[in-house]
Design a protein around this ligand. Structure first.
Ligand code: SAM
Length: 282
């Protein structure tokens, strides 16, 4: 595929384009079109329905910022639920913490299979960790039927289309709140700060009835169209802004981190006025 280009259509008028050298895998699964590409700048890339999900080159940014702010806002998480995340990156970051168990519920087994075959640098040994429980199934049905309680829930899903639509609904967030322990925290990937501000605002609106504290923060995910990506947290307990930097430094001692830091945690929560105002707009 010398000189080939892959275009990720972020939205109708905004794309990002990558030079790719090889397509290593191409499969129409029961849920989506799954491809794995090789690229000079980002290494191997997981692409679902034409949208870049994760790359070897920058996965650490997205996965560290999805996992650690929530796991450190909770005073001592032991039980963690990850919905989606079949590439294993969020799971790997979660297992850096002294948790007892991480349950990952991914709807498409092909994503786990292809990620383990081609992208093992992203999940590492996380799927083989004795604390990991892998469930292939719909996260919405799993949460509705679950009897267990969780300290932290991470929703590492595709954008709101197909099986992921319900993962952005007020009913789902209310169900999650019922499954959380008293200091429980929910984090969702809430889309682009450039062209999905409506989605971020909707996620915040949908979280508020069930969560006293709702916060959005951002990170620079180079392989995503527009680069500035958002995450939104619903907390039943502590406000992420109140987590002392000293505590973050102490609890992440020895962690191999390439993006997340104690100061970065607070900086990411300090939204620039343009975005803060856009998200507060009625
Ligand atoms: N980081 C990526 C992003 O922000 O776009 C997400 C990566 S992860 C691979 C997304 C996963 O969510 C996909 O593997 C998809 O199959 C899964 N997913 C979508 N809807 C789901 C559902 N209802 N339950 C469980 N997993 C779901």
């Amino acid at each position: 595929m010398k000189g080939a280009w892959l275009t990720d259509q972020g939205c109708v008028d905004f794309t990002s384009t990558f030079q790719v050298t090889r397509r290593l895998h191409d499969e129409q699964t029961a849920y989506q079109h799954l491809e794995i590409y090789e690229s000079p700048r980002f290494g191997r890339m997981l692409v679902l329905d034409g949208a870049v999900q994760t790359t070897e080159g920058d996965e650490f940014v997205y996965h560290e910022m999805l996992a650690h702010p929530g796991l450190l806002t909770h005073p001592s998480p032991r039980r963690v639920l990850i919905i989606g995340g079949g590439d294993g990156g969020a799971l790997e970051e979660t297992l850096k913490h002294p948790i007892e168990r991480a349950t990952l519920v991914e709807i498409d087994e092909a994503v786990v299979r292809a990620s383990r075959a081609y992208l093992d640098v992203i999940g590492g040994d996380a799927f083989d960790d004795p604390r990991t429980e892998l469930i292939v199934g719909d996260g919405i049905a799993y949460v509705a039927a679950a009897e267990e309680r969780f300290d932290v829930v991470l929703v590492d899903s595709t954008d709101p289309q197909g099986p992921a639509v319900g993962l952005f609904s007020p009913a789902f967030y209310a169900e999650i709140a019922r499954r959380l322990t008293p200091d429980g925290v929910l984090i969702v990937q809430s889309g682009s700060a450039v062209y999905q501000q409506d989605l971020i605002a909707a996620v915040r609106r949908h979280l508020r009835p069930a969560f006293p504290t709702v916060r959005t923060y951002t990170a620079t995910v180079l392989a995503y169209p527009g680069v500035v990506w958002s995450f939104t947290m619903g907390s039943l307990g502590r406000d992420p802004s109140d987590v002392p930097a000293e505590e973050i430094a102490r609890r992440t001692q020895g962690f191999a981190l390439r993006y997340y830091t104690a100061r970065g945690h607070h900086a990411a929560l300090d939204l620039p006025p343009y975005l803060d105002q856009a998200l507060r707009a009625p």
